[in-house]
Design a protein around this ligand. Structure first.
Ligand SMILES: Nc1ncnc2c1ncn2[C@@H]1O[C@H](COP(=O)(O)OP(=O)(O)O)[C@@H](O)[C@H]1O
Ligand SMILES: N[C@@H](CCOP(=O)(O)O)C(=O)O
Length: 319
């Protein structure tokens, strides 16, 4: 009997403005659009990776450089360490997210690949072990380990990273009435380049502001004080340096904040931006405006989303 596992992993917003490398959110478009990569895994005599989908052509043609192939090799090595025999598989990556978009594109491939492999091999690794592998693979791409895309993508929700103990991803209470409008401009910004342009030191004033904002935001989430939570969403670490890479960023913020927006910022390292509003009509108006004024080419798009509380999802077919 042949077994095939398919895993889906949603797009995500890294940083969420106020939590550089520490806060992330998984996204689910309200119109049912599939905003995330998928990976299929089935048995094979020899390992192979086939890449298909809207953004497949933007990846290097050599599949051995694809992070999904690195996932298989890391997964196999860790299984061997456990003394579990590893068989080869055929993988198909549906590359639905644009590369260098700020939507956690590499994280989505990593999570879909590792989740499909784990389910295919009957879940030998715990959620914690999986997250450690995901963080390490993400670090291979961006130059340093950060979990703010892989964690929400895998476990869902609005997640705060914790480097103490076995719970890397702490799920925060959500504002269920918030719409998250995301707009990808169509250009590519490399995460590792966008990290390299940041200063290596942060001033005492910014350190105090960063700590205060994150602490007050978490408290406001628990007390469901949406105005206070939104007021904390200001980026003192990355946005001042990264926004120069994003044409029309300031004009977009101005429009959003004058048209029902509660907050506006860069998604991950950009160029995608996000706006939060609690009103459906304002969400539509913001999406339309960003589509007309922020998008630069035919690759761009905009979606109104809710937070994806579930995260990665897998299904198995045995035929
Ligand atoms: N499956 C994959 N998905 C996305 N990027 C990949 C993948 N495999 C390899 N890469 C490479 O990783 C880098 C991703 O760049 P990055 O700026 O981190 O993208 P993103 O921020 O969208 O995750 C690119 O050089 C890309 O060619
Ligand atoms: N915390 C990271 C997030 C990068 O997200 P991506 O979607 O741009 O890969 C950073 O800001 O560098």
């Amino acid at each position: 009997m042949a077994k095939k596992v398919t895993a889906y992993a949603p797009a995500s917003i890294g940083n969420v403005s106020l939590g550089f490398d520490l806060l992330g959110a998984a996204l689910k478009p309200i119109d049912g659009h599939c905003l995330g990569d998928k990976v299929e895994v089935s048995s094979a005599e020899q390992f192979s990776l086939n890449v298909v989908g809207r953004f497949a052509h933007k990846l290097p043609a050599d599949p051995t450089t694809n992070i999904a192939a690195h996932c298989f090799h890391m997964f196999s090595a860790k299984l061997k360490e456990k003394g579990i025999p590893v068989s080869d598989v055929a993988m198909v990556l549906h590359k639905n997210l644009p590369i260098g978009s700020g939507l956690g594109s590499s994280a989505s491939s990593i999570v879909a690949a590792l989740h499909s492999l784990n389910v295919f091999f009957d879940s030998p690794f715990s959620q914690h072990q999986m997250l450690l592998m995901m963080g390490e693979l993400e670090g291979q791409i961006s130059g340093s380990v950060h979990y703010d895309n892989v964690a929400p993508c895998f476990v869902g929700g609005l997640t705060l990273m914790n480097h103490h103990g076995d719970h890397i991803a702490l799920k925060l209470p959500l504002f269920e009435n918030w719409y998250w409008v995301v707009c990808y401009s169509g250009i590519s910004v490399s995460t590792s380049v966008a990290r390299d342009i940041l200063p290596k030191q942060v001033s005492i004033a910014d350190t105090i502001k960063f700590g205060q904002q994150l602490a007050v935001f978490v408290d406001a989430c628990h007390r469901q004080d949406e105005n206070l939570a939104a007021a904390m969403m200001q980026d003192v670490v990355a946005e001042p340096y990264r926004k120069s890479l994003l044409p029309n960023f300031d004009a977009s913020r101005e429009f959003v904040m004058q048209n029902g927006g509660l907050a506006f910022g860069i998604s991950g390292s950009g160029p995608t931006v996000f706006a939060i509003t609690n009103d459906a009509q304002h969400a539509e108006k913001i999406k339309d405006w960003l589509q007309q004024h922020y998008i630069q080419n035919d690759d761009g798009f905009s979606h109104i989303c809710r937070i994806d509380a579930q995260g990665a999802d897998a299904s198995t077919i045995i035929a």
